[in-house]
Structure formats: structure tokens, C-alpha cells
Write a protein that binds this ligand. Structure first.
Ligand code: SAM
Length: 323
């Protein structure tokens, strides 16, 4: 469907849990981990009901996120149910990759189109420092397994000044022989991330330009979203830049977010939206649910203003929103 600013909205991000099996320093508030109780969280049937109405409104792509989506019970069957929605074209998952190698075959069988794996360090000790867990080997195994199964694989990397800036070249080098894309995502000042300084994509691009020759700009593909891509000549994978801070891409925004507790969020930056769980649990009709979702999508804010103070700014942590 088209929102009031003429943008085509065809992508729904669904967070299925706030819980996570890693504790990334810029994502989760370690001192205040909120574990929603089961009744707060949408059931599989409720998620499918909302996704079905979203599909009727033109949503064709879903991304499952969290917290860590793979810690949700029966995530494989939820993926299957979402893939079975008539007209739904693509189902992706964003995961930290720790459990992925144990579930990926079933996920693929059940209709998963591709995976985004979040990884901020290729160094065992640093990975542990960033995430509080010694799980790098599991993530690397998951990447290889996903590639072996022929799934689309993207690695999402956040570069934080003074922490992992020296690994930019190593991440780019992963695209040489592996058929995967690396995307550098600028750190947004949300939740715990307010305590850190992210490296701008402009600076990352300069570092890449200094260290590699024959860099080509890639054309935008269908639903490539806000990422701008380059490729080192003859390398298998691309390098993407998602720059919510240094270059606002809101005019191309194509997405809406559903939190695990059933709140339909109009924009990452603001707390605007509607509590769909409340309506579903009061037996709203499909038609009224559809209209409610329509009016909220239609009314998406024009743009985020991360660096400015404003009313209605989101104050949740990223694990509660899903990125
Ligand atoms: N647990 C899953 C994972 O690790 O991919 C899904 C949830 S996690 C919140 C999704 C993504 O958000 C991760 O790639 C993480 O690095 C990113 N993220 C978290 N906080 C962020 C922030 N403040 N700015 C930019 N990206 C952030």
C-alpha cells in the first residue's frame, strides 16, 4: 500500500521475542533486562492473523527478528505458517547466528528465503567482550552452513569507534571468496547505544577506498532497501552501507514494525503506533483489524530525526524493537 507521503510499504519486520542469548553492549541494558512474560507476547496465531491482514494491504516480505528470534519456541513452525500466507513472497530472519546452525535445515525446509547474521567481530576475545559470550565459532559455523544450503546470506556489522574499527578490512575480505554481502550499519543512538560512538559510513568507505582497488558501485536491486552497495572487482560478495545517521533514507522507507508484544510501530525512531494485541484479544473483526493497520501504515511519519530532541521519541532498547 501507499502511505500519505507516496511511499510503497511492502515490508513488515516482526519481533518475536525480547529475549536474547547474547548481551551486546550497545543493544541490551544489562542492568535492566526485561523478560516479558509469555502472556505479553503475541502467540503464533496472533502473529499470523496480523501478517495476513498486512499481506492484504500489500506486505510481501517479512523479516523475523528479536531479541534473538531463534530462542522463541517453535520458530520453525511460525516461519512455515507465515510462508503459507497466500501472496507472501519472502520470509527472512535476522539472527545473531549462535543457534542458527542447529535449526537452519528445518528453517529452509519451512520456507525461509534468507538470513541476515549480525556479527561485529571476527576476533574470539573481542567477540566475547562485545557480546559477553564465547560464541564466535557457532556464528562462523552458521554462516558456512547457510551458504552451503544456498540461502541468501548478509552479515550485518556495526562499527563502534575504539572497539572494532580495525576489523573493517577483515570484514570486506570475507566477500572475496564467500557468496555473502557485508553491510555496515551506522550505530543509532537508541537505548544502550547512547553510551557509544559509532563510526560513520563515510569514514568506513574512506578506509575501504584506501585499502582496495577496483571498487565498483552496484545498481540498486528490487527491495534492496536503504543499503547502498559497492563491490571489489572479482569478489563474490558485495559491501553495503546502511546510513541512518549520516544520510537519511526515509523517503524510500518501505517498512513497518510489529513488536513481540503486539505494538505496530510506524517508525523506528518514534513511539507512535497502535497496540494490536489489545484489539485482537478483544476480538476485533478481520475487517476492523485491516482498517486499523491501514490507517497506521498510511500515517507513517515523514522521517526520523535521530540527532534532534523531539516528543514521542522511542525510549525502548533495540532488543525490544528488533532493529
Ligand atoms: N538478535 C538478532 C541479531 O543479533 O541480529 C536480532 C535483533 S538485533 C536488535 C538486530 C540488529 O540490530 C543487530 O544487527 C544489531 O547489531 C543491530 N543493532 C542493535 N542496536 C543497534 C543500534 N543502536 N544501532 C544500529 N544497529 C543496532
Amino acid at each position: 500500500m501507499i502511505d500519505k507521503f507516496g511511499r510503497k510499504i511492502d515490508y513488515l519486520r516482526i519481533s518475536v521475542t525480547e529475549n536474547c542469548n547474547l548481551k551486546c553492549i550497545y543493544c541490551i541494558d544489562e542492568n535492566n533486562i526485561l523478560n516479558s512474560c509469555n502472556n505479553d507476547i503475541l502467540t503464533d496465531d496472533e502473529i499470523v492473523k496480523i501478517a495476513t491482514e498486512c499481506e492484504r494491504l500489500g506486505i510481501k516480505k517479512i523479516r523475523i527478528t528479536g531479541g534473538e528470534p531463534l530462542v522463541r519456541k517453535n520458530i520453525e513452525s511460525l516461519i512455515y505458517k507465515l510462508k503459507c500466507i497466500n501472496g507472501m513472497e519472502e520470509i527472512y530472519i535476522t539472527t545473531n547466528g549462535v543457534l542458527l546452525h542447529t535449526k537452519i535445515e528445518d528453517l529452509k525446509k519451512n520456507g525461509l528465503t534468507g538470513v541476515n547474521i549480525s556479527l561485529d567481530s571476527l576476533n574470539k576475545d573481542r567477540f566475547k567482550k562485545l557480546t559477553k559470550f564465547d560464541k564466535l565459532q557457532d556464528v562462523l559455523l552458521s554462516i558456512d552452513k547457510a551458504l552451503e544450503l544456498g540461502l541468501k546470506v548478509k552479515i550485518n556489522t556495526v562499527i563502534v569507534d575504539d572497539i572494532n574499527k580495525d576489523e573493517i578490512i577483515d570484514f570486506v575480505n570475507l566477500t572475496k571468496d564467500k557468496n555473502l554481502d557485508i553491510r555496515f550499519i551506522e550505530l543509532m543512538p537508541i537505548g544502550a547505544a547512547k553510551n557509544y560512538k559509532g563510526t560513520s559510513n563515510e569514514e568506513i568507505n574512506q578506509i575501504i577506498n584506501k585499502n582496495f582497488k577496483n571498487i565498483k558501485v552496484e545498481n540498486k536491486s528490487k527491495r534492496s532497501g536503504p543499503a547502498k552497495y559497492i563491490r571489489i572487482d572479482n569478489y563474490k560478495g558485495k559491501i553495503g552501507f546502511i546510513s541512518p545517521i549520516s544520510s537519511c533514507f526515509c523517503e524510500d522507507c518501505n517498512r513497518i514494525r510489529l513488536t513481540s508484544t503486539g505494538f505496530l510501530k510506524k517508525c523506528l525512531h518514534y513511539n507512535y503506533g497502535v497496540d494490536l494485541k489489545k484489539h485482537i484479544r478483544s476480538n476485533i473483526s478481520d475487517k476492523d483489524l485491516n482498517e486499523l493497520i491501514y490507517s497506521n501504515i498510511y500515517d507513517k511519519p515523514q522521517e526520523h530525526l535521530f540527532m534532534e530532541d523531539c516528543d514521542n521519541k522511542e525510549n525502548k532498547y533495540m532488543n525490544q524493537i528488533g532493529g
